[in-house]
Design a protein around this ligand. Sequence first.
Ligand SMILES: Nc1nc2c(ncn2[C@@H]2O[C@H](COP(=O)(O)OP(=O)(O)O)[C@@H](O)[C@H]2O)c(=O)[nH]1
Ligand SMILES: Nc1ncnc2c1ncn2[C@@H]1O[C@H](COP(=O)(O)OP(=O)(O)O)[C@@H](O)[C@H]1O
Length: 205
Amino acid sequence: MRGTLYIVAAPSGAGKSSIVNAVLARDPGIRLSISFTSRAPRPGERHAEHYNFVSAAEFEAMVAAGDFFEYARVHGDWKGTARQSVEPALAAGHDVLLEIDWQGARQVRQKVPDAVSVFILPPSRAALEERMRKRGQDSEEVIQRRLAAAREEMSHYAEFDYVIVNEVFDTAVAEMCSIFTASRLRREAQAARHADLLAALLETP
Ligand SMILES: Nc1nc2c(ncn2[C@@H]2O[C@H](COP(=O)(O)OP(=O)(O)O)[C@@H](O)[C@H]2O)c(=O)[nH]1
Ligand SMILES: Nc1ncnc2c1ncn2[C@@H]1O[C@H](COP(=O)(O)OP(=O)(O)O)[C@@H](O)[C@H]1O
């Protein structure tokens, strides 16, 4: 059976990376796709671990070569998921998780209609702003830009299959694990039903 494709999106600062890391630690079978980006690495970020960092020209060459499963301009930088990070793993039966924005999520839904998409919301505007500041990595100008971008991102929450409000961290992690487990079980049950049906249909009379 092909693997399941999970999409997780959220406004910056909602707790997406923290939740995804906790879910991956509990469920090591899920493969996290490492995106490509044209933005410069921040202090402490490592190539091929946080992102595959490439120049804008390299990114655009990958677009022209059709290398991307999805890509978009996010906060002024190119971000994209390489086909190579997704298609072989799904075909081999592995589940793959994409941490991408709403524009990428739209492209993926068109390609893979049974992808399972989850949107993470902060419990309040104040909490979102506080969490952005707590990371202490961005200038005030960048934070103001990100708050405006957060409103745009959150306006698309209803396009997603599931919404998690990240108020209590452990509850949010448990909710995401439940969503993933339930959707995997549903797909396995459906595949088993189809296998039984085909066996019956193809049985020689
Ligand atoms: N479409 C798309 N969006 C992405 C990709 N990788 C990251 N993003 C989105 O880019 C936004 C900013 O990412 P984030 O890691 O929070 O911030 P950054 O550290 O400034 O890159 C978030 O909405 C991510 O979901 C990607 O491969 N494709
Ligand atoms: N439920 C929560 N309650 C309080 N702080 C949280 C919660 N979830 C995440 N955080 C904190 O908020 C900040 C932003 O989280 P992060 O995972 O980096 O967000 P994102 O990936 O969505 O930008 C981090 O300092 C993180 O520890």
